[in-house]
Design a protein around this ligand. Structure first.
Ligand SMILES: NC(=O)c1ccc[n+]([C@@H]2O[C@H](COP(=O)([O-])OP(=O)(O)OC[C@H]3O[C@@H](n4cnc5c(N)ncnc54)[C@H](OP(=O)(O)O)[C@@H]3O)[C@@H](O)[C@H]2O)c1
Length: 174
């Protein structure tokens, strides 16, 4: 029901803004696959982008594939796992609970060390190589510069798989 209402609003109201040349393209946020399917079944103007939480603890492979197949750009928010928030207990594949902040995760740190990069740079590179755009945020100039220096190294397929293997379907943003 909510999806249908959003779809109707998306199609009717915002579509007018595109028709009138007031906006170039429109996007959605926090849409899962079934919500996107409902939206695409009724919308006249396809959403250009979907902004969702994505990082190695929440890799959302089905959503990634779906958006790629439909030509919808995925934009990852909270790429560092919200370091300012308390880390939730993370159900690991082994069944243990391991509340390790993403930037402190040993696998992320090890990859960073091997490349002479920071954990943050590895987490950004992870998205770039998965074909995903990322929203980055820092109040510190040094970190803004650091976060831009991610185009001079490459993660092997194995390292991407290691990072994908950290997935425990954990959201930091509730
Ligand atoms: N569409 C949505 O529903 C939605 C939901 C949540 C967030 N967002 C957007 O997504 C963006 C980022 O997400 P987020 O703020 O939730 O989480 P995040 O990117 O995981 O974490 C941001 C925090 O990471 C720190 N940081 C940045 N660069 C760093 C680095 N190189 N090393 C260590 N720490 C670093 C920053 O602290 P310092 O400032 O101290 O550097 C910043 O407060 C924001 O623009 C937000 O508006 C959208």
């Amino acid at each position: 029901m909510v999806g249908r209402m959003i779809g109707t609003l998306f199609c009717q109201r915002d579509g007018e803004a595109v028709d009138e040349g007031l906006v170039k393209s429109m996007g959605v946020s926090n849409f899962n696959v079934s919500q996107l399917e409902r939206l695409l079944s009724v919308c006249r103007i396809k959403p250009a982008a979907n902004q969702v939480e994505l990082h190695p603890y929440l890799t959302q492979p089905e959503l990634v594939e779906y958006c790629k197949s439909k030509g919808i750009v995925l934009i990852a928010y909270s790429p560092f796992g919200c370091p300012a928030l308390p880390c939730p207990a993370l159900p690991c594949p082994s069944g243990e609970n391991s509340p390790v902040p993403l930037l402190e995760n040993p696998a992320v740190k090890e990859i960073a060390q091997k490349h002479g990069k920071t954990s943050a740079q590895v987490l950004i590179r992870f998205h770039i190589q998965r074909g995903i755009t990322t929203i980055l945020k820092s109040n510190l100039l040094a970190r803004i510069v650091e976060n831009a220096e991610v185009y001079n190294f490459h993660l092997t397929r194995k390292k991407i798989q290691t990072l994908e293997g950290l997935d425990c379907n954990t959201r930091f943003i509730k």
